[in-house]
Design a protein around this ligand. Structure first.
Ligand SMILES: [Mg+2]
Length: 228
């Protein structure tokens, strides 16, 4: 090859290698890993599904009360309402015995559009804790997720041990779960989904109650130290 043809090609090759060497760490630092999407683990009850609303429908039907979601200011809705222990046990048994409970829960406002947008920028897996005494819960949950969000059953993990699930980000309304997951995955981001029942919880991590805020966090626009 003539020397005048060789040198420009060599220069181009060196330039290409230099671009790759510079770009790769930058992409990795951005969480893209050379094109890898971030994996987001998303809770259902309290984030996508109005579990409290469904539970209160049973409570109000049993007791003739008119409780509303804003009155549930603790994760244990029966304790938050001050229900006596035997009444609380009866309510929880009723949820366990109600076929169609998980299938009939309302989708929380904004969740369908929010999930559609989240799925465009992240690999979304559902991590959801089953109501073990309800025989049809897991089947109904998967059908519900597919019906409303188009989520395949292979993307749904039923467990209360969410801290064993690996991902770049967890979104959950149970502060205790966020804390356990963050301890197990210190390089991940645990996002507390803000609700009436967790406002009083001690939590120094990220917290948001709307999908714009969550998408900002996933985009990396929010800092670790500030709440969205
Ligand atoms: Mg939840």
């Amino acid at each position: 090859m003539h020397i005048f043809l060789f040198w420009p090609r060599l220069a181009l090759s060196i330039a290409a290698v230099a671009v790759i060497l510079v770009a790769a760490p930058v992409l990795w630092a951005l969480g893209m890993g050379g094109g890898r999407m971030k994996r987001a683990l998303v809770d259902v009850d309290g984030v996508l599904a109005n579990f409290v609303g469904g539970a209160l429908a049973i409570v109000n039907n049993m007791l003739g009360t008119r409780y509303v979601s804003e009155e549930v200011t603790g994760f244990d809705f029966c304790a938050a309402l001050g229900l006596p222990r035997d009444v609380a046990a009866a309510v929880k048994r009723a949820i366990g015995a109600t076929r169609g409970f998980a299938a009939g829960l309302d989708v929380l406002p904004g969740a369908i559009d929010g999930m559609r947008r989240l799925q465009q920028i992240a690999e979304v897996y559902i991590v959801t804790s089953p109501w073990n005494s309800n025989a049809t819960w897991t089947h109904e949950r998967e059908a519900w997720l597919h019906k409303h969000f188009g989520i395949a059953h292979s993307r749904v993990i039923h467990t209360s041990a969410k801290h064993i699930c690996a991902g770049d980000l967890l979104v959950d309304d149970k502060t205790e779960t966020c804390a356990a997951w963050r301890s197990a995955h210190p390089r991940g981001v645990a996002v507390q989904w803000r609700t009436a029942h967790n406002r009083r919880d001690a939590w120094d991590g990220l917290s948001t109650g709307d999908w714009d805020g969550l998408l900002d966090i996933v985009d990396g626009a929010a800092s670790q130290s500030g709440a969205a």
